[in-house]
Design a protein around this ligand. Structure first.
Ligand code: ITT
Length: 208
C-alpha cells in the first residue's frame, strides 16, 4: 500500500493554522473537521504526548456517540515552542501563554521581552501527533509520533506567513523566520511536517 487515500480522519483541533497545514501536508487524507457544537477537548497533561493522546481519545469517545459519519480514526496535535532560556517554556503551555494579550504579535513581543539581554536564543518547535483508530474501521491501539525543528528566536516579530510563534522563530540554516519563509519551505523542515512524515509511514505499515 503506497497511499493513505481514501483514509477519512477526524481532525480534533480548532486551531485554524494547524488545519491549513494538515491539509497541505497530508493532501491525500480526507479530513473531517471538529464540529463547532462538539465539546472543547481537555489538555491537562504535563507533556505534549499526554495532551495529544488525551485529545485524540477524548475526540474518539465523543465521535463514537455523536459523530455523524463513519471515519477511520481521529488525529490530534499537541505542539509548542520550547525556549532554552525559558527552561523549555512556554512548551506545553504555548497555547495558553500570555493568552490575555489580544494578538500573537503582542504575545510574541511579550515572549521576546522575557529574554534577558545576551541570553541563549536557542529554541525548538515540537509537534506530537496522536492517532486513535476507530473500532471496526482500523486495527490497533492509539499511537503517537513526533517531530521537532531546531532554531533560534529572532529579535523582533518578522513576517506574516504561518501562525502563532512563526514570526519569531528562525529555523537553523536560514536567516528568515517561519513568518517570512513561504509555507512550502516550512513544510520541508517543520516539526509538524516531520511528525506527518512519521505518521504516514506508520499508517501505511498498518494498512497491509
Ligand atoms: P488545538 O488543541 O485545538 O489543536 P491549540 O492551539 O490549543 O489547538 P496546542 O494546545 O497544541 O493547540 O497549542 C499549540 C500552540 O503552539 C499553538 O496555539 C501555537 O501558538 C503554537 N504552535 C504550534 N505549532 C506552531 C507552528 O507550526 N507555528 C507557530 N506556532 C505554533
Amino acid at each position: 500500500m503506497t497511499s493513505l487515500s481514501p483514509l477519512k480522519v477526524v481532525l480534533a483541533s480548532r486551531n485554524a493554522g494547524k488545519l491549513r497545514e494538515f491539509s497541505e501536508l497530508l493532501p491525500e487524507m480526507h479530513f473531517v473537521l471538529w464540529p463547532p457544537h462538539a465539546p472543547d477537548l481537555p489538555e491537562t497533561g504535563a507533556f505534549f504526548q499526554d495532551n495529544a493522546l488525551q485529545k485524540a481519545e477524548g475526540a474518539r469517545a465523543w465521535w463514537l456517540d455523536h459523530g455523524g459519519s463513519l471515519v477511520d480514526g481521529v488525529l490530534a496535535d499537541d505542539s509548542g515552542l520550547c525556549v532554552d532560556a525559558l527552561w523549555g517554556g512556554p512548551g506545553v503551555l504555548s497555547a495558553r501563554f500570555a493568552a490575555d494579550l489580544p494578538t500573537y504579535r503582542d504575545r510574541n513581543h511579550h515572549l521576546l521581552a522575557m529574554l534577558p539581554e545576551g541570553a541563549d536564543r536557542a529554541a525548538r518547535f515540537v509537534c506530537v501527533l496522536a492517532f486513535a483508530p476507530m473500532p471496526g474501521r482500523w486495527q490497533g491501539e492509539p499511537f503517537i509520533v513526533s517531530g521537532a525543528v531546531e532554531g533560534s528566536l529572532a529579535f523582533d516579530h518578522r513576517g506574516e506567513h504561518g501562525f502563532g510563534y512563526d514570526p519569531i522563530f528562525i529555523p537553523d540554516g536560514y536567516d528568515q523566520t517561519f513568518g517570512e519563509l513561504p509555507s512550502d519551505i516550512k513544510h520541508t523542515l517543520s516539526h509538524r511536517a516531520r511528525a506527518c512524515a512519521a505518521l504516514r509511514i506508520r499508517l501505511l505499515a498498518g494498512r497491509d
